[in-house]
Ligand binder design. Structure first.
Ligand SMILES: *Cc1c(COP(=O)(O)O)cnc(C)c1O
Length: 465
């Protein structure tokens, strides 16, 4: 093999590392990365050269290897977390980081938490403070719950509650709620993993209070209700109210746990989300302990809230797993910033997820017209834009059947749609668009107003590219 290498004159790794590009890579990413990329590029060249009959000069080989290395390094630099413009119209887009933070919240978080901060310190008392105390107090105030604990996400919250309150015992749940929330979060698997035993009752579409009552025994650890989130049963369908289940649980001295998922802190029926149980309503109805996400309808950072009765929340907090699943200073800062907005009633103006969901279709249409006016003269003549009716999506498993009317900018061009969609993704600031009826469409519902100029530049560049 080394003989074959010599005949076509592949430069050595040491020689390559002296080339300008590899020096740049080394300066940016370290020697080890430079060596790895040099090896991979040389290997790729060698594999390609094997089929070639006449060898290349050493200089041509070096040039080809450098070209490959440039591509590999660029690809590596573009991987990882980058900002994108979400023009898909899916508001809580799990692949794009679910809820975006407002500039003000983001600034507040960096300012308060990026250097030393009062994570576990009380400046007034001059001593140790309890981590998360203010965030917990705020969520209690907003939900009417007695106590709260906050962990990494709602999956962790639900798992922890089941583990602490129901390990080795039976958990009664309706067959209509044995759902998969997405990815690997399937209720029966989570239950099994927590050490609790599934006691399913009723049927997929109908479960009555008496079904739950009949299943209660010495072995019952808790009654569980799961928000079906990402799907809906329509038609012949019945399940008992939260009040009725709470009463049954209380009469039998067993806790009633609800995994509410989305975490609506205020009523969202004006957004078509009448089915979305508000957390304070669950607490009012007598649910003992509730879990929900921080970055779905709540509109904050990834987190899992556990709220409810003090004795139960205390047990959760004392468990060693709580320590393993707890959140960091940035999360607490972001949660405080976000919950402060709710407290002053500013959620529909200041929390991007809720602002975007409440945006009126006509306002989106006006923005679309403005954008088209700006880019029309900057793109080739063959390209035209149409404003068409369409739907945005809530995403994040909320409002599975809710259509949010919007206006879309449909791009009419000879460029094939997947080609154009790919070019938009390939921009310096990638634009994530959708293809509807064979055309690339832009939904401005999920584009921040201050991103309009950047979106215009990206569209111009993709359509001229
Ligand atoms: C989304 C959801 C979860 C998981 O929440 P994460 O914050 O993504 O971990 C759990 N339960 C329900 C009902 C959900 O809707």
């Amino acid at each position: 093999m080394s003989g074959a290498v010599k005949t076509i004159g592949i430069p050595s790794i040491d020689e390559l590392l002296n080339e300008g590009l590899f020096r740049e890579i080394e300066a940016a990413a370290g020697r080890q990365a430079a060596v790895r990329i040099a090896r991979e590029s040389a290997e790729e060249f060698r594999a390609g050269a094997a089929g070639r009959s006449n060898g290349l000069s050493r200089r041509d080989a070096a040039a080809a290897i450098i070209e490959t290395a440039e591509r590999l390094f660029r690809k590596e630099q573009l991987s990882g977390i980058r900002r994108v413009i979400n023009a898909s119209g899916v508001v809580i887009h799990t692949n794009l980081g679910r809820s975006p933070l407002s500039a003000e919240v983001a600034k507040g978080v960096i300012e308060r938490a990026s250097r030393y901060c009062t994570l576990e310190y009380d400046c007034l008392a001059g001593g140790r403070g309890r981590r998360g105390a203010r965030a917990e107090a705020l969520i209690c105030e907003l939900t009417g719950a007695e106590s709260a604990a906050i962990v990494n996400n709602c999956a962790a919250a639900a798992f922890l509650v089941l583990r602490v309150l129901a390990k080795g015992k039976e958990v009664i749940i309706s067959r209509g709620e044995l759902v998969e929330i997405g990815g690997d979060f399937r209720i029966p698997d989570v239950l099994a993993e927590s050490g609790a035993e599934l006691r399913e009752v009723g049927t997929t579409n109908r479960t009555k209070l008496s079904d739950y009552a009949k299943a209660v025994s010495e072995r019952t650890g808790l009654i569980l209700r799961v928000h079906p989130s990402n799907f809906r049963i329509v038609g012949f369908h019945e399940s008992p109210s939260a009040q009725a289940l709470a009463e049954l649980a209380r009469d039998n001295s067993i806790p009633f746990f609800e995994d509410a998922g989305s975490g609506a802190l205020v009523g969202l029926s004006h957004l078509g989300l009448a089915d979305e149980q508000v957390i304070s309503e669950s607490i009012d109805a007598g649910v003992d302990i509730v879990s929900f996400s921080g970055d779905k309808l709540l509109g904050g950072l990834q987190a899992g809230f556990i709220v409810g009765r003090t004795d139960l929340v205390d047990r959760v907090r004392r468990h060693p797993l709580y320590r393993a699943l707890r959140v960091d200073k940035f999360s607490y800062a972001a949660i405080e910033e976000t919950l402060d907005i709710y407290r002053r009633g500013g959620q529909f103006d200041e929390i991007p997820t809720l602002t975007m969901l409440s945006a009126d279709a006509e306002a989106i249409r006006a923005r679309a017209e403005g954008l088209i006016g700006e880019i029309r003269v900057r793109v080739p003549d063959e390209v035209t834009f149409e404003i068409v009716h369409g739907n945005s999506a809530i995403g994040g498993g909320a409002g599975a059947a809710v259509a949010v009317p919007t206006y879309l900018i449909a791009i009419v061009t000879a460029i094939p749609p997947d080609e154009l969609e790919g070019r938009l993704r390939g921009q310096q600031l990638p634009v994530i668009a959708r293809i509807v009826d064979g055309r690339v469409v832009i939904d401005l519902r999920t584009v921040f107003e201050d991103e309009a100029g950047m979106l215009a530049d990206a569209l111009t560049s993709a359509l001229n590219g």
